[in-house]
Design a protein around this ligand. Structure first.
Ligand code: UGA
Length: 443
């Protein structure tokens, strides 16, 4: 099938490549010509395991190309909208400028029977607002949210754990309209390998589809902040939040995943999505339904400050001129994304207190340097650690969490302080090697 993907960022570039991989003829379109140039050479403009291979395979097959010209969308049966919806500059709401611009640019190239499939994360009610413009061309609008995780984006796109398609409903019957039925069938064809593998395929209305996405992210954020709230209580009672998480996680109704206490969540999705959800709920007159998301956000941000406090305490009450090495800059491992990165936030705060901060990361240094040129960056992990008064684990790359052993660290520096911002290390092993170990919510 011919498909177009409008917006070639983390979501769109992966989606376009994955669609080519499963046999479609794909054109990826973006207004950023630099990005188009990079992608057209088969290079990924960001770090995502598996993406470069997929891009090159797609280009070599002749089924994948990238362009800045939206007119090349014409002739595609399905047009995916995969542009960004960042937080507004002066508020909590999502900025829909790119979604509106993409739809407006696409309109002249739509033909009757085409399907426009929104993938971007949008406030509930967006599809209703866009529909009239799209339907005037004879095309059908569906909302098909994306649940991929950075670092696992290729796998999550090709083998999703569920597919959700919000289609137009006929107000007179209360059922999915005929155009909606046809559009859902077309998407079943698009996602044929997942459908053949019996992946749950949920056809619903626009509002439910839009809400599924924000509800999922709100739930995940709440789970992380819940365990971080328990970490705060653990800190004043001597309890160990990691053992607590293990113990409650054995209950299958709770589950252990996303109960990793530490410096909390960041990235381009969870923080802005919970804020946009609160803003939208206020607009709908239901602000009180999600007031807890303000708490979720507040708990999350407090953990960054707590990590800074721990470093200060560990270094005897002040960090001025102390050499502090931060292991990590990305918001999570297997990503070079530094949007709202808790790791960098901790680095900047420590530098604000006068510490001599060195940051290392296997993928995100270039991005971090552009945003925070005031920090010192060192590529090599061991060089970054050499001579440090304290080492702080802020992004749990294997290179740091799994591969850095206490005896090895002891050879690199005479400093004997580690602060484990991700609760990723074995406290006993560090202590046994003569280090003072400080975890988040651990004694
Ligand atoms: C998140 C969702 O997990 C995806 O399902 C969703 O599609 C995506 O947002 C999106 O909306 O596009 P992502 O932002 O890639 O994916 O990252 P996550 O793996 O969810 O991690 C988010 C943050 O939570 C990271 O900073 C991570 O370090 C932190 N985290 C995660 C914890 O602090 N503790 C945990 O136990 C798990």
């Amino acid at each position: 099938m011919r498909v177009s993907v409008i917006g070639c960022g983390y979501l769109g570039a992966v989606h376009a490549s994955a669609m080519a991989k499963i046999g479609h003829d794909v054109v990826g379109i973006d207004v950023d010509l630099h990005k188009i140039g990079t992608l057209s050479q088969g290079d990924a403009p960001f770090f995502e395991p598996g993406l470069p291979e997929l891009l090159r395979e797609g280009m070599a097959s002749g089924r994948l190309r990238f362009t800045g010209d939206i007119a090349e969308a014409s002739g595609a049966a399905v047009h995916f909208i995969a542009v960004g919806t960042p937080q507004e500059k002066d508020g909590y709401a999502a900025d829909l400028t790119s979604v509106n611009a993409a739809v407006d640019a696409l309109l002249p190239h739509l033909a009757p029977g085409d399907v426009v499939a929104g993938k971007s994360t949008v406030p509930v009610g967006t599809a209703v607002d866009l529909a009239a413009r799209i339907e005037a061309t004879g095309a059908t609008l569906v909302w098909n949210p994306e649940f991929l995780r950075e670092g696992w984006a290729v796998k999550d796109t090709i083998e999703p754990d569920r597919l959700v398609v919000g289609v137009p409903f006929d107000p007179s019957t209360g059922h999915c309209s005929e155009a909606g039925e046809r559009a859902a069938d077309l998407l079943r064809e698009v996602y044929h390998p997942a459908v053949a593998a019996e992946t749950p395929f949920i056809v619903t209305d626009w509002a439910t589809a839009e809400l599924v996405k924000v509800a999922a992210n709100a739930f995940l954020a709440t789970k992380i902040s819940f365990i971080n709230a328990m970490a705060e209580i653990a800190e004043v009672t001597g309890a160990d939040v990691t053992q607590l998480a293990d113990a409650i996680g054995h209950d299958v109704r709770i589950g252990r995943r996303f109960l990793g206490a530490g410096i909390g969540f960041g990235g381009g999705c969870l923080p802005k999505d919970i804020r946009a959800f609160s803003a939208r709920a206020e607009e709908l007159g239901r602000g009180e339904s999600v007031t807890f998301l303000r708490e979720v956000d507040a708990i999350n941000l407090r953990r960054r400050e707590r990590a800074v406090q721990l470093v200060v305490e560990a270094l005897g009450g002040q960090v001025y001129k102390k050499k502090v090495t931060l292991l990590g800059a990305a918001f999570k491992p297997y990503s070079d994304d530094i949007r709202d990165s808790p790791a960098l936030d901790v680095a900047v705060r420590l530098r604000g207190l006068g510490a001599s901060v060195t940051v290392t990361d296997p993928a995100a240094i270039d991005n971090a340097r552009r945003l925070h040129p005031q920090l010192a960056y060192v590529e090599d992990r061991d060089d970054a650690i050499r001579g440090a008064d304290a080492i702080v684990l802020v992004t749990e790359w294997d290179l740091y969490r799994r591969d850095l052993t206490p005896p090895h660290a002891s050879r690199l520096t005479s400093g004997r302080v580690v602060v484990d911002g991700r609760n990723g290390w074995d406290a006993a092993a560090w202590r046994a090697a003569g280090w003072r170990y400080y975890g988040m919510g651990r004694p």
